[in-house]
Design a protein. Sequence first.
Length: 427
Amino acid sequence: MQIHVVSQGESLYEIGKIYGVPYEQIASANELESDTRLAVGQALVIPIIGSYYWVRPGDSLYTSAQRYGLSVARLARINAINPAARLMVGQRLYIPQEVKTPIDSLLYVETRNPVSQAMLAEVRERVDGLTYLAMFSYEVQRDGSLKMPAIADIPTTAKNAGVLNMLVLTNLENYTFSAELGHVIFTDKEAQNRMIQSAISIANEVGYKDIHFDFELLFPEDRELYNELLRNATKQIHDAGLTISTALAPKAGEVTTGIYGAHDYKVHGEIVDFVVLMTYEWGYTYSAPQAVSPIGPVTKVVEYAVSQIPKEKVFLGQNLYGYDWMAPFGQPDSKAATALSPRMATNLAIEQNVAIEYDALAQAPHYTYYDEQGIEHEVWFEDARSINAKFDLLKKFKLRGIMYWKLGLAFPQNWLLLEDRFTIRKR
Protein backbone atom coordinates (compact mmCIF):
# COMPACT_ATOMS: atom_id res chain seq x y z
CA MET A 1 0.00 0.00 0.00
CA GLN A 2 1.12 3.53 -0.74
CA ILE A 3 0.43 6.51 1.51
CA HIS A 4 -0.07 9.67 -0.52
CA VAL A 5 -0.25 13.14 1.01
CA VAL A 6 -2.43 15.51 -1.01
CA SER A 7 -0.70 18.58 -2.46
CA GLN A 8 -2.28 21.89 -3.46
CA GLY A 9 -4.60 21.49 -6.45
CA GLU A 10 -4.55 17.68 -6.58
CA SER A 11 -7.69 15.69 -7.29
CA LEU A 12 -8.42 11.99 -6.98
CA TYR A 13 -8.21 11.74 -10.77
CA GLU A 14 -4.72 13.27 -10.87
CA ILE A 15 -3.53 11.15 -7.95
CA GLY A 16 -4.82 8.06 -9.71
CA LYS A 17 -2.75 8.92 -12.79
CA ILE A 18 0.42 9.17 -10.67
CA TYR A 19 0.04 5.57 -9.50
CA GLY A 20 -1.77 4.07 -12.47
CA VAL A 21 -4.83 3.34 -10.34
CA PRO A 22 -8.40 4.29 -11.32
CA TYR A 23 -9.49 7.16 -9.11
CA GLU A 24 -12.68 5.27 -8.26
CA GLN A 25 -10.57 2.57 -6.57
CA ILE A 26 -8.78 5.18 -4.46
CA ALA A 27 -12.14 6.67 -3.49
CA SER A 28 -13.53 3.26 -2.58
CA ALA A 29 -10.47 2.24 -0.53
CA ASN A 30 -10.62 5.45 1.50
CA GLU A 31 -14.43 5.39 1.69
CA LEU A 32 -14.76 8.69 -0.17
CA GLU A 33 -17.20 9.93 -2.76
CA SER A 34 -15.44 9.83 -6.14
CA ASP A 35 -16.05 13.56 -6.67
CA THR A 36 -15.17 14.61 -3.12
CA ARG A 37 -13.00 17.58 -2.38
CA LEU A 38 -9.65 16.90 -0.75
CA ALA A 39 -7.74 18.82 1.90
CA VAL A 40 -4.14 19.83 1.36
CA GLY A 41 -2.12 17.55 3.64
CA GLN A 42 -4.78 14.82 3.70
CA ALA A 43 -3.30 11.31 3.79
CA LEU A 44 -4.77 8.76 1.40
CA VAL A 45 -3.99 5.06 1.06
CA ILE A 46 -3.42 4.01 -2.55
CA PRO A 47 -4.48 0.38 -3.15
CA ILE A 48 -1.38 -1.00 -4.87
CA ILE A 49 0.86 -3.95 -4.06
CA GLY A 50 4.07 -2.55 -2.60
CA SER A 51 4.79 1.17 -2.81
CA TYR A 52 6.85 3.84 -4.55
CA TYR A 53 9.61 6.07 -3.23
CA TRP A 54 10.74 9.27 -4.93
CA VAL A 55 14.46 9.95 -4.49
CA ARG A 56 15.35 12.97 -2.37
CA PRO A 57 18.58 15.00 -2.25
CA GLY A 58 21.32 12.99 -0.55
CA ASP A 59 19.71 9.60 -1.22
CA SER A 60 21.74 6.74 -2.61
CA LEU A 61 20.76 3.24 -3.58
CA TYR A 62 22.32 2.07 -0.33
CA THR A 63 20.40 4.48 1.95
CA SER A 64 17.17 3.82 0.02
CA ALA A 65 17.62 0.07 0.41
CA GLN A 66 18.38 0.47 4.12
CA ARG A 67 15.24 2.55 4.64
CA TYR A 68 13.09 -0.38 3.58
CA GLY A 69 15.17 -3.26 4.91
CA LEU A 70 16.26 -4.41 1.43
CA SER A 71 19.63 -5.33 -0.03
CA VAL A 72 21.15 -2.99 -2.61
CA ALA A 73 21.24 -5.85 -5.11
CA ARG A 74 17.52 -6.62 -4.69
CA LEU A 75 16.40 -2.99 -4.90
CA ALA A 76 18.54 -2.49 -8.02
CA ARG A 77 17.23 -5.69 -9.62
CA ILE A 78 13.56 -4.87 -8.95
CA ASN A 79 13.97 -1.42 -10.47
CA ALA A 80 16.22 -2.61 -13.36
CA ILE A 81 19.05 -0.22 -12.54
CA ASN A 82 22.81 -0.62 -12.21
CA PRO A 83 23.79 -1.10 -8.53
CA ALA A 84 26.67 1.34 -9.09
CA ALA A 85 24.51 4.00 -10.72
CA ARG A 86 23.83 7.34 -9.01
CA LEU A 87 20.21 8.12 -8.31
CA MET A 88 18.55 11.25 -9.64
CA VAL A 89 16.44 13.47 -7.40
CA GLY A 90 12.80 12.73 -8.18
CA GLN A 91 13.57 9.28 -9.59
CA ARG A 92 10.87 6.76 -8.72
CA LEU A 93 11.82 3.49 -7.03
CA TYR A 94 9.42 0.60 -6.62
CA ILE A 95 9.47 -0.93 -3.13
CA PRO A 96 8.12 -4.50 -2.95
CA GLN A 97 5.51 -5.46 -0.38
CA GLU A 98 7.08 -6.44 2.93
CA VAL A 99 6.60 -9.88 4.40
CA LYS A 100 3.52 -9.81 6.60
CA THR A 101 4.03 -10.25 10.34
CA PRO A 102 1.52 -12.41 12.26
CA ILE A 103 -0.11 -10.52 15.14
CA ASP A 104 -3.28 -10.50 17.25
CA SER A 105 -5.75 -7.65 16.97
CA LEU A 106 -8.23 -6.67 19.67
CA LEU A 107 -11.14 -4.27 19.36
CA TYR A 108 -13.32 -2.93 22.16
CA VAL A 109 -17.03 -2.55 21.52
CA GLU A 110 -19.02 -0.15 23.71
CA THR A 111 -22.73 -0.49 23.12
CA ARG A 112 -25.85 1.46 23.96
CA ASN A 113 -29.28 0.00 24.65
CA PRO A 114 -30.72 -0.81 22.19
CA VAL A 115 -27.73 -1.78 20.06
CA SER A 116 -27.97 0.17 16.80
CA GLN A 117 -28.13 -1.45 13.39
CA ALA A 118 -25.11 0.67 12.40
CA MET A 119 -23.09 -0.86 15.24
CA LEU A 120 -24.12 -4.38 14.25
CA ALA A 121 -23.18 -3.67 10.63
CA GLU A 122 -19.75 -2.40 11.63
CA VAL A 123 -19.12 -5.47 13.78
CA ARG A 124 -19.87 -7.64 10.75
CA GLU A 125 -17.53 -5.51 8.63
CA ARG A 126 -14.56 -5.67 11.04
CA VAL A 127 -14.63 -9.17 12.55
CA ASP A 128 -12.53 -10.75 9.78
CA GLY A 129 -9.62 -8.53 10.82
CA LEU A 130 -9.83 -9.40 14.53
CA THR A 131 -8.49 -11.97 16.94
CA TYR A 132 -10.48 -10.68 19.94
CA LEU A 133 -13.66 -8.65 20.36
CA ALA A 134 -13.96 -7.10 23.83
CA MET A 135 -17.49 -6.32 25.08
CA PHE A 136 -17.34 -3.13 27.15
CA SER A 137 -18.45 -3.41 29.83
CA TYR A 138 -19.83 -5.54 32.65
CA GLU A 139 -19.91 -3.07 35.54
CA VAL A 140 -19.03 -4.55 38.91
CA GLN A 141 -21.49 -3.68 41.68
CA ARG A 142 -20.47 -3.28 45.31
CA ASP A 143 -21.85 -6.68 46.25
CA GLY A 144 -19.89 -8.33 43.43
CA SER A 145 -22.84 -8.77 41.08
CA LEU A 146 -22.50 -7.54 37.49
CA LYS A 147 -24.51 -5.00 35.53
CA MET A 148 -24.70 -6.36 31.99
CA PRO A 149 -24.35 -4.26 28.82
CA ALA A 150 -26.60 -4.62 25.80
CA ILE A 151 -24.89 -7.18 23.55
CA ALA A 152 -27.56 -8.22 20.99
CA ASP A 153 -26.02 -10.94 18.80
CA ILE A 154 -22.55 -9.36 18.67
CA PRO A 155 -20.78 -12.29 20.42
CA THR A 156 -22.40 -14.77 18.03
CA THR A 157 -21.32 -12.72 15.01
CA ALA A 158 -17.77 -12.63 16.32
CA LYS A 159 -17.69 -16.33 17.16
CA ASN A 160 -18.96 -17.28 13.70
CA ALA A 161 -16.02 -15.33 12.22
CA GLY A 162 -13.51 -17.21 14.36
CA VAL A 163 -13.05 -14.30 16.78
CA LEU A 164 -12.61 -14.86 20.51
CA ASN A 165 -15.06 -12.89 22.65
CA MET A 166 -13.86 -11.08 25.78
CA LEU A 167 -15.95 -10.11 28.80
CA VAL A 168 -14.70 -6.75 30.12
CA LEU A 169 -15.07 -6.12 33.86
CA THR A 170 -14.88 -2.48 34.99
CA ASN A 171 -15.04 -0.48 38.20
CA LEU A 172 -17.32 2.03 36.52
CA GLU A 173 -19.89 3.61 38.82
CA ASN A 174 -22.17 6.42 37.64
CA TYR A 175 -20.20 6.59 34.36
CA THR A 176 -16.88 7.14 36.18
CA PHE A 177 -14.09 4.79 37.22
CA SER A 178 -14.41 4.53 41.00
CA ALA A 179 -11.39 3.92 43.22
CA GLU A 180 -13.75 3.44 46.15
CA LEU A 181 -15.64 0.69 44.33
CA GLY A 182 -12.35 -0.97 43.48
CA HIS A 183 -11.32 -0.90 47.14
CA VAL A 184 -14.60 -2.51 48.19
CA ILE A 185 -14.07 -5.40 45.77
CA PHE A 186 -10.44 -5.79 46.80
CA THR A 187 -11.26 -6.03 50.51
CA ASP A 188 -14.62 -7.83 50.52
CA LYS A 189 -13.66 -11.40 49.63
CA GLU A 190 -17.28 -12.54 49.39
CA ALA A 191 -18.07 -9.79 46.87
CA GLN A 192 -14.81 -10.49 45.05
CA ASN A 193 -15.56 -14.18 44.62
CA ARG A 194 -19.14 -13.42 43.60
CA MET A 195 -17.77 -11.12 40.86
CA ILE A 196 -15.35 -13.78 39.59
CA GLN A 197 -17.90 -16.59 39.61
CA SER A 198 -20.56 -14.38 38.01
CA ALA A 199 -18.12 -13.50 35.22
CA ILE A 200 -17.27 -17.18 34.67
CA SER A 201 -20.96 -18.13 34.60
CA ILE A 202 -21.77 -15.41 32.04
CA ALA A 203 -18.72 -16.37 29.99
CA ASN A 204 -19.91 -19.96 29.79
CA GLU A 205 -23.44 -18.88 28.92
CA VAL A 206 -22.57 -16.29 26.26
CA GLY A 207 -19.37 -17.84 24.93
CA TYR A 208 -16.69 -15.46 26.19
CA LYS A 209 -13.23 -17.01 26.17
CA ASP A 210 -11.35 -14.32 28.10
CA ILE A 211 -12.23 -12.31 31.19
CA HIS A 212 -10.61 -8.90 30.98
CA PHE A 213 -10.08 -6.60 33.96
CA ASP A 214 -10.21 -2.90 33.10
CA PHE A 215 -9.97 -1.42 36.59
CA GLU A 216 -8.78 2.18 36.35
CA LEU A 217 -8.05 5.26 38.49
CA LEU A 218 -7.55 3.11 41.60
CA PHE A 219 -6.09 4.19 44.92
CA PRO A 220 -2.31 3.72 44.57
CA GLU A 221 -2.17 2.15 48.03
CA ASP A 222 -4.43 -0.62 46.68
CA ARG A 223 -1.67 -1.82 44.36
CA GLU A 224 -0.98 -5.09 46.22
CA LEU A 225 -4.69 -5.64 46.89
CA TYR A 226 -5.31 -5.49 43.14
CA ASN A 227 -2.45 -7.93 42.57
CA GLU A 228 -4.03 -10.32 45.09
CA LEU A 229 -7.41 -10.05 43.37
CA LEU A 230 -5.75 -11.01 40.09
CA ARG A 231 -4.04 -14.01 41.68
CA ASN A 232 -7.39 -15.16 43.05
CA ALA A 233 -9.19 -14.49 39.75
CA THR A 234 -6.52 -16.16 37.62
CA LYS A 235 -6.77 -19.45 39.52
CA GLN A 236 -10.56 -19.59 39.26
CA ILE A 237 -10.65 -18.42 35.63
CA HIS A 238 -7.96 -20.86 34.53
CA ASP A 239 -9.72 -23.67 36.38
CA ALA A 240 -12.79 -22.83 34.28
CA GLY A 241 -10.75 -23.21 31.08
CA LEU A 242 -10.73 -19.47 30.27
CA THR A 243 -7.97 -16.90 29.88
CA ILE A 244 -7.54 -13.67 31.86
CA SER A 245 -6.17 -10.31 30.74
CA THR A 246 -5.83 -6.77 32.07
CA ALA A 247 -5.72 -3.19 30.80
CA LEU A 248 -2.71 -1.18 31.98
CA ALA A 249 -2.43 2.59 32.25
CA PRO A 250 0.48 4.09 30.27
CA LYS A 251 3.59 4.30 32.47
CA ALA A 252 7.17 4.89 31.37
CA GLY A 253 8.67 3.75 34.67
CA GLU A 254 7.98 2.29 38.10
CA VAL A 255 5.31 4.76 39.23
CA THR A 256 3.63 3.75 42.50
CA THR A 257 1.76 6.97 43.27
CA GLY A 258 -1.08 8.87 41.63
CA ILE A 259 -3.88 7.53 39.46
CA TYR A 260 -1.62 4.99 37.69
CA GLY A 261 0.15 3.75 40.81
CA ALA A 262 -2.01 0.67 41.42
CA HIS A 263 -1.11 -0.89 38.08
CA ASP A 264 1.88 -3.17 38.68
CA TYR A 265 3.32 -4.04 35.25
CA LYS A 266 5.67 -6.77 36.48
CA VAL A 267 3.07 -8.62 38.56
CA HIS A 268 0.37 -8.37 35.89
CA GLY A 269 2.87 -9.78 33.42
CA GLU A 270 3.53 -12.72 35.73
CA ILE A 271 -0.10 -13.45 36.62
CA VAL A 272 -2.32 -12.91 33.60
CA ASP A 273 -2.27 -14.32 30.06
CA PHE A 274 -1.86 -10.97 28.32
CA VAL A 275 -2.14 -7.22 28.86
CA VAL A 276 -3.22 -4.25 26.78
CA LEU A 277 -1.41 -0.94 27.12
CA MET A 278 -3.70 2.09 27.10
CA THR A 279 -1.14 4.10 25.15
CA TYR A 280 -3.31 7.12 24.43
CA GLU A 281 -4.93 10.16 26.09
CA TRP A 282 -1.89 12.42 26.30
CA GLY A 283 -4.25 14.77 24.55
CA TYR A 284 -7.63 14.42 26.28
CA THR A 285 -10.94 16.16 26.84
CA TYR A 286 -9.65 18.93 29.13
CA SER A 287 -5.96 19.05 28.14
CA ALA A 288 -4.24 21.63 26.01
CA PRO A 289 -4.37 20.67 22.31
CA GLN A 290 -1.85 17.94 21.48
CA ALA A 291 -1.54 14.51 19.92
CA VAL A 292 -3.64 11.85 21.62
CA SER A 293 -0.90 9.23 21.24
CA PRO A 294 2.41 10.94 20.37
CA ILE A 295 5.01 8.43 19.21
CA GLY A 296 7.74 9.52 21.67
CA PRO A 297 5.80 8.96 24.92
CA VAL A 298 4.15 5.85 23.48
CA THR A 299 7.59 4.41 22.71
CA LYS A 300 8.76 5.07 26.27
CA VAL A 301 5.75 3.16 27.66
CA VAL A 302 6.45 0.22 25.36
CA GLU A 303 10.13 0.19 26.35
CA TYR A 304 9.17 0.04 30.01
CA ALA A 305 6.44 -2.55 29.42
CA VAL A 306 8.73 -5.04 27.65
CA SER A 307 11.29 -4.64 30.42
CA GLN A 308 8.67 -5.91 32.90
CA ILE A 309 6.37 -8.14 30.83
CA PRO A 310 7.15 -10.79 28.19
CA LYS A 311 6.64 -9.06 24.84
CA GLU A 312 4.49 -11.93 23.60
CA LYS A 313 1.92 -10.89 26.23
CA VAL A 314 1.78 -7.19 25.27
CA PHE A 315 -0.77 -5.42 23.08
CA LEU A 316 -0.06 -1.87 21.93
CA GLY A 317 -3.12 0.32 22.51
CA GLN A 318 -4.31 2.62 19.72
CA ASN A 319 -7.02 5.28 19.70
CA LEU A 320 -9.42 5.49 16.78
CA TYR A 321 -10.30 9.12 17.51
CA GLY A 322 -8.98 12.65 17.92
CA TYR A 323 -10.18 15.85 19.55
CA ASP A 324 -11.36 19.31 18.53
CA TRP A 325 -10.33 21.84 21.21
CA MET A 326 -11.87 25.30 21.45
CA ALA A 327 -10.01 28.38 22.76
CA PRO A 328 -9.14 29.30 25.45
CA PHE A 329 -6.97 26.19 25.59
CA GLY A 330 -5.98 24.38 28.76
CA GLN A 331 -7.63 26.89 31.14
CA PRO A 332 -9.87 26.19 34.14
CA ASP A 333 -12.83 27.61 32.22
CA SER A 334 -12.03 25.77 28.96
CA LYS A 335 -14.83 23.79 27.39
CA ALA A 336 -14.49 20.03 26.95
CA ALA A 337 -12.92 19.06 23.65
CA THR A 338 -15.15 17.25 21.17
CA ALA A 339 -14.10 13.73 20.21
CA LEU A 340 -14.19 12.96 16.50
CA SER A 341 -13.17 10.12 14.22
CA PRO A 342 -10.32 10.48 11.71
CA ARG A 343 -12.88 10.68 8.91
CA MET A 344 -14.81 13.42 10.72
CA ALA A 345 -11.59 15.34 11.39
CA THR A 346 -10.59 15.17 7.72
CA ASN A 347 -14.05 16.21 6.54
CA LEU A 348 -13.99 19.15 8.95
CA ALA A 349 -10.68 20.35 7.48
CA ILE A 350 -12.22 20.16 4.00
CA GLU A 351 -15.33 22.00 5.19
CA GLN A 352 -13.23 24.72 6.82
CA ASN A 353 -10.91 24.90 3.79
CA VAL A 354 -7.73 24.53 5.89
CA ALA A 355 -4.59 22.53 5.23
CA ILE A 356 -3.73 19.56 7.42
CA GLU A 357 -0.24 19.78 8.91
CA TYR A 358 1.86 16.91 10.22
CA ASP A 359 3.94 17.02 13.38
CA ALA A 360 7.02 14.90 12.65
CA LEU A 361 8.00 14.74 16.34
CA ALA A 362 4.62 13.49 17.57
CA GLN A 363 3.90 11.67 14.30
CA ALA A 364 0.37 13.08 14.23
CA PRO A 365 -1.74 15.29 11.94
CA HIS A 366 -3.33 18.52 13.15
CA TYR A 367 -4.80 21.83 11.98
CA THR A 368 -6.32 25.07 13.24
CA TYR A 369 -9.54 26.76 12.12
CA TYR A 370 -11.91 29.52 13.28
CA ASP A 371 -15.63 28.91 13.68
CA GLU A 372 -18.49 31.23 12.68
CA GLN A 373 -18.09 33.15 15.96
CA GLY A 374 -14.40 33.70 15.25
CA ILE A 375 -13.31 31.30 18.01
CA GLU A 376 -10.10 29.43 17.40
CA HIS A 377 -10.15 25.61 17.28
CA GLU A 378 -7.25 23.17 17.19
CA VAL A 379 -7.73 19.60 15.99
CA TRP A 380 -5.40 16.62 16.49
CA PHE A 381 -6.31 13.21 15.14
CA GLU A 382 -4.95 10.03 13.49
CA ASP A 383 -4.25 9.31 9.85
CA ALA A 384 -2.48 6.71 7.69
CA ARG A 385 0.95 8.16 8.56
CA SER A 386 0.40 8.16 12.32
CA ILE A 387 -0.99 4.63 12.39
CA ASN A 388 1.86 3.42 10.19
CA ALA A 389 4.31 4.80 12.78
CA LYS A 390 2.55 2.73 15.47
CA PHE A 391 2.74 -0.34 13.24
CA ASP A 392 6.49 0.23 12.90
CA LEU A 393 6.73 0.38 16.70
CA LEU A 394 4.73 -2.82 17.11
CA LYS A 395 7.05 -4.63 14.69
CA LYS A 396 10.23 -3.20 16.21
CA PHE A 397 9.39 -4.53 19.68
CA LYS A 398 7.79 -7.74 18.36
CA LEU A 399 4.67 -7.26 20.46
CA ARG A 400 1.80 -9.72 20.53
CA GLY A 401 -0.56 -7.36 18.76
CA ILE A 402 -2.57 -4.17 18.65
CA MET A 403 -5.64 -3.10 20.62
CA TYR A 404 -8.15 -0.51 19.38
CA TRP A 405 -10.42 1.76 21.39
CA LYS A 406 -13.06 1.61 20.02
CA LEU A 407 -15.54 0.42 17.35
CA GLY A 408 -17.80 3.02 15.75
CA LEU A 409 -15.19 5.62 14.76
CA ALA A 410 -14.53 5.62 11.02
CA PHE A 411 -10.86 5.19 10.08
CA PRO A 412 -10.76 3.15 6.85
CA GLN A 413 -7.03 3.72 6.23
CA ASN A 414 -6.18 1.91 9.47
CA TRP A 415 -7.88 -1.30 8.40
CA LEU A 416 -6.32 -1.19 4.93
CA LEU A 417 -2.81 -0.78 6.33
CA LEU A 418 -3.40 -3.37 9.04
CA GLU A 419 -4.32 -5.95 6.41
CA ASP A 420 -1.42 -4.88 4.18
CA ARG A 421 1.28 -5.17 6.86
CA PHE A 422 0.07 -8.01 9.09
CA THR A 423 -1.53 -11.42 9.09
CA ILE A 424 -4.18 -11.43 11.82
CA ARG A 425 -4.09 -14.60 13.88
CA LYS A 426 -7.25 -16.52 14.72
CA ARG A 427 -6.72 -18.37 18.01
